[in-house]
Write a protein that binds this ligand. Sequence first.
Ligand SMILES: Nc1ncnc2c1ncn2[C@@H]1O[C@H](COP(=O)(O)OP(=O)(O)OP(=O)(O)O)[C@@H](O)[C@H]1O
Length: 977
Amino acid sequence: MNTQGGLKSADFRPPWGSVALMATRTTSTPRGSSSSKSGGTGRSTAASKTSGAASKSGRGSTARTKQAAAVEPHAPLPLRMLSGFWQGIGHVVGAGVRRIGYDVSDLDPADRRDGAALFNLVLGIAIATFAWWGLTGWLPDMVYSVVNGTFGWMSLILPFMLFVCAFRLFRKPQDGRGNNRVGIGFMIMTLAGSGLAHVIGGLPTVADGFDGLRKAGGMLGFLAAAPLAAIHVAVPVVLYGLLAFVSLLIVTATPFGAIPSRIRGAYEHLMGVDLMDESGKDAHDRSYLYENEASTKPKKKKRMRFFGKDEETDKSLEGYVGDEAFEHAIVDDDETPRASEPRVPPGVRRPTQAEIAVGKIKAAQGLGGATPGIDNPTEAIPILTPEMTAPVAPVAQVPAKPAGAPLPQAPIPQRTEQLSLAGDVTYTLPASDYLTPGSIPKERTEANDAVVAALTDTLTQFNVEAAVTGFSRGPTVTRYEIELSPGTKVERVTALSKNISYAVASSDVRILSPIPGKSAIGIEIPNTDRETVSLGDVLRSQNARRTDHPMVMGVGKDVEGGYVVANLAKMPHLLVAGATGAGKSSFVNSMITSILMRATPDEVRMVMVDPKRVELTAYEGVPHLITPIITNPKKAAEALQWVVREMDARYDDLANYGYKHIDDFNKAVRAGKVVPPVDSKRVIKPYPYLLVIVDELADLMMVAPRDVEDSIVRITQLARAAGIHLVLATQRPSVDVVTGLIKANVPSRMAFATSSVTDSRVVLDQPGAEKLIGQGDALFLPMGASKAMRVQGAWVTESEIHKVVEHVKGQLQAVYRDDVAAEAPKKQIDDDIGDDLEVLLQATELVVTTQFGSTSMLQRKLRVGFAKAGRLMDLLESRGVVGPSEGSKARDVLVKPDDLAAVLAAMKGQESPAAPDAHTAALSDNANSNIAVGGYAEDLVQADLDNRTQAIEYYDGADGPNDDEEGGEDAWSLTGR
Ligand SMILES: Nc1ncnc2c1ncn2[C@@H]1O[C@H](COP(=O)(O)OP(=O)(O)OP(=O)(O)O)[C@@H](O)[C@H]1O
């Protein structure tokens, strides 16, 4: 495993770790016999052994705790009493510390190190009594001579360090890596501090005696600084000054590049201000328009950070995943009123739609229809056309967005994580300023006013009692809103679509009737001056900041100018389709860059399939990849089968440990609640999300339609809970590529401009995509939404991608698994079948399900020639599916439909589902896959494998295409193609 740049926890035992050991020894073993009793392994080993034993015996954590906390049963009674007393006090103090502040740590009792923490606390107090409070007496004097003689002036800071260690041990004893890091940092700090103190204290020599050394850096300071000072006095000053600085960075887990953002964060925390809100207020977030509401909303209580990321702030760790009602993929502020919920000042009656429409129509016709005291019915911009003799009063009160409002430029604080799955390294996410801001959005242009005039003219010419009541200008199109007077049919406007196109001189007019959530007709007309939506702006928007979920991506901007951000984990699978040049690859790039910007390789791993060979090459080598980018469609099909196996392995773990979603499982793993079987050497680590991106599905479907479809269907049906998500992109959204089965299982759709209405129907199940204008203009239909949302996709340039990729590659090398796209080991197809496997499988299904061994039937159903059908029949005979030829009569069918799955598996080179050996083979596959994704389950032993048998049966069953009804039906539909 890669350990580059990281601090290996096993190599180092921090001072307070040793103290912990000392504490344990003194309390748990008789004096002088500690090595023989504990074998020098300390309490943690004993605890883990006993906890393992407890889990084996099935007595659960209570039993484990008791065993873990107990001193060896053979220890003398007084020692056991002393140990019990110490542990008791430790637990009382620990419980008290855990209750102070913002949460009660949900800590497995076996993980507590309260005794050690208490020891740090007591030692800190003992040193503080002389160092801080100047107390005298035999104890302070004794401690004084030891500590002060060793560390000199640093003994003033030692109590503080010990208190910090005690607090951390009480609060986060299970976070071993963090403890080690802080321990190392404090050690370096003590050394550097003593060295500096020695110089500042006037470089005393041994001749000055202990008293002289105590008044400087103590014995340690003397040893550290005296030899260097002999060269020049500046040498220890510079060296230990730098070391002190580095130790501070280590203790606070701050990489060098993140210092400015950390300082800003500390300033915000101390001053209680949010610099991001002040400078980055984003005029295009809908929430900006509702400033008052936002300011009256109770602010979320800020949680104190203490040395690094505060895990409790992670939403995914709160409660179970299944707790969330009305889940949806789009990330926005549920509390912010939408455009369709206009505000009404207190005491003012809201007018009816009819009153509003009549008022506006009169106003538009110059009759004066102002209705006093009514509020804004829409969020649209007020219209002031030359035809209007009076401004439209209701709309005139709309709080218009200030023109040229600043883009969300406040940088996102860089997050730093200590990785474990990808090597024990500190990983910092890319800085948000790698992504440049986009063009400043315009609020209205002359073109908008001209279109409003043209629309109003058209309505007047055709005597339609309706008025253009406002518009919202998005980056690509402007949506004009038309309201009807009572008694006017909607169809009168929609029937005018060609005339409207003619009037505004645009063929890409799209009519929405009604605008979702509004009693108004929307007419979307492309802007002559399009704006680029930069991915950086989307990721810096308030909507993106609202969540730190690693699978959140910047989608783009909607027609109202709001930033659209979506959570891939909630989609949970996405189909991206559109004609060539419509913007699919750009979207896929934005998606991958979003993930690289927001997620560490511990959080998200990716499999990229790029049969076009050029689209995704920029990402080669990023540490989020678990396999090199796959360009060979055949290998891609095999990679999908690997994903199925990985999914099954994850399901096994979920089932074995009783969790329904990978997030809940991961949460339990982090809390130390998931304990491997007692004989297992497996180290259980959280599973990262797995994002599988296929940039051209059509290429895969051409080489192995059946296998690819089977895998996709299996993955999409089940993978959500396993944290595996598919994104399938294609420029050929025809029914042979996006089959009914695939469509039924990929609920979220992103349609870029399609070449025909039929393609639009395939992707979205509704027309509309054929009217899009290309280059990132898209209709986004996330799971559960009934109406597609029009968005301009986020744009990320090659050079931005390059910077981000360089940053992540500089942090960590990719560690690839070699079995993902490798030839599936079991798949040894007989030579005589050659390239005819697909058609032979179909022939077998046909013959066995119909129990009719006729060559002409094969010719007809499979649309093959006589020679090929004859060859297939010979192959079937050689494999015992049919009997020998009987002249013109149909052959006997020797296989019963019940055995079909086994026969098909054998033909594919796989073992029969019923064969016991197949279980073992599949088991080891699963074991391997589990090792790989995180590289963490180093050694799965047979005991683990045995636990998996149940799920493997499931896996084996999946290999048989007729194993479920859908598979069976599909076989027939395939033969009809
Ligand atoms: N979101 C966007 N913003 C601005 N321009 C875009 C956007 N998306 C695409 N474009 C423009 O459209 C061009 C084609 O986009 P892209 O390569 O993503 O299309 P595609 O659908 O992947 O095409 P193909 O299938 O041929 O690869 C880009 O080079 C770019 O100029």
